[in-house]
Write a protein that binds this ligand. Structure first.
Ligand SMILES: *Cc1c(COP(=O)(O)O)cnc(C)c1O
Length: 407
């Protein structure tokens, strides 16, 4: 039996990765494919594998570690909360939970206290599950979702996720969902009527390859839903919490339901459903619940993340460094264009070489991923400096220059 202390020690030495990876494959369900590396330590924008190699994390554990790894403010908030009060049931409240809910309403939604309400969950998919159940309480059942969407892996979240590879093995899923083309105002207008409970969409489609809708689309979605008394539900799990250089990816769109998770806890599991106005009263006592949701340790992590984003002016940093990345990557060999906002960027390549590029980047010590065969996703911590951005651009340029043009 491995001693617990050994498990948290940073250096395991050469060969440790291969050994851990083979133990992983024997004991872990194969839902993610085999692990590409085994990581033992992180600090700022860097992580180290079990053989002692360093990587610059340009993916943040999938848009999660907004403040980078082992951020001192998150660490001290979590440890002091954990040594004071680690958990109570939802029959009771804690100061951290209430304070975070207030901050999400005032700062993230930009709403007055008393005009919006919060439900805490443990993940993005659970935040969406809560939103899905809320829409069922409108007296209508039809949900309009988007082609190319991703909302998570539980049954209701899958029901509004478009990718047939994820959905079809698990059908029948909760019903009355209609998919329309993302970014198409006319298709949306044609689909929404007096039977529509909600329209659900991502302000930028993350898993679909950082797809940005045309200007005015989100406002049109707001207008169309309002006209028919349907809810507008924005899934900001990936785009929210500063990732695009604003607190929300869809700024100035007064959505009825907003779901958050990924960047909110800097890696500590937490999700949230924010509901404006009457939508905040759809779920009544006994109609939804969770054991861990709103846990004070998770809540204090969220408060620490928000405090540091404000204190260090990170929204501005995201805009500046995101623009720098986009500018420098545009024009590299094989790059067709760069899309997205802030530090959520899709590098669109001229052919299906993204997986190959990502694998070579990993060999050189840079973590990114390929949400589509021709798109590389770059979603580094919000603390990324201009210098670190340029180090990545140089590595990407070298990898791209070494790849033959596909015919
Ligand atoms: C990642 C993601 C989810 C699912 O979140 P989990 O925490 O993995 O359950 C839902 N919606 C969007 C837009 C996401 O990017």
């Amino acid at each position: 039996m491995t001693h617990l202390r050994e498990l948290t020690q940073a250096h395991h030495g050469t060969g440790a990765q291969a050994e851990l990876a083979s133990r992983y494959q024997q004991v872990m369900m194969n839902t993610f494919g085999g692990p590409q590396r085994v990581f033992v330590r992180g600090e700022g924008v860097h992580v180290w594998d079990a053989d002692g190699n360093r990587y610059q994390d340009m993916l943040s554990g999938l848009a999660v570690t907004a403040l980078g790894h082992a951020h001192p403010a998150v660490l001290s908030a979590i440890t002091s909360q954990l040594s004071t009060l680690g958990h109570v049931s939802n029959f009771f409240a804690t100061p951290a939970q209430v304070a975070l809910a207030e901050r999400l309403v005032t700062t993230v939604l930009g709403a007055e206290l008393g005009t919006a309400k919060v439900f805490f969950a443990n993940s993005g998919t659970e935040a969406n599950e809560a939103a899905f159940k809320a829409t069922r309480r409108t007296g209508r059942t039809r949900i309009i979702a988007m082609e190319g969407s991703f909302h998570g892996r539980t049954a209701a979240a899958l029901a509004i996720t478009h990718n047939p590879k994820y959905r079809e093995p698990f059908e029948p899923l909760p019903g009355d969902v209609t998919f329309v083309p993302y970014g198409d105002v006319d298709a949306l207008r044609a689909a929404v009527d007096e039977t529509t409970a909600a329209v659900v969409l991502e302000p930028i489609q993350g898993e679909n390859g950082i797809v940005v809708p045309p200007a005015g689309y989100l406002q049109a979605a707001r207008d169309i839903t309002r006209e028919h008394g349907a809810l507008l539900w924005l899934d900001e799990v990936q785009t929210g919490m500063g990732r695009t250089g604003e607190w929300l990816g869809a700024r100035d769109i007064d959505a009825d339901l907003v779901t958050l998770a990924k960047g909110l806890g800097n890696g500590f599991p937490i999700g949230a459903l924010l509901a404006r106005g009457a939508a905040g009263d759809l779920l009544q006592p006994g109609q939804h619940g969770t054991t861990f949701g709103g846990n004070p340790v998770a809540a204090i992590a969220g408060l620490a993340v928000m405090a540091v984003i404000e204190r260090d002016g990170l929204l501005g940093n995201v805009q500046r460094v995101g623009d720098l990345l986009a500018e420098k990557i545009t024009g590299l060999p094989h790059v067709d264009h760069v899309r997205g906002a802030g530090l959520l960027r899709g590098v669109v390549l001229d052919s299906d070489i993204a997986a190959q590029v990502v694998a070579q980047l990993l060999e050189r010590g840079f973590i990114a991923n390929a949400p589509r065969p021709s798109v590389i996703r770059v979603a580094p911590p919000l603390i990324l400096t201009p210098e670190q951005a340029l180090v990545f651009v140089d590595a990407l340029a070298e990898v791209l220059a070494g790849i033959e043009r596909a015919e």
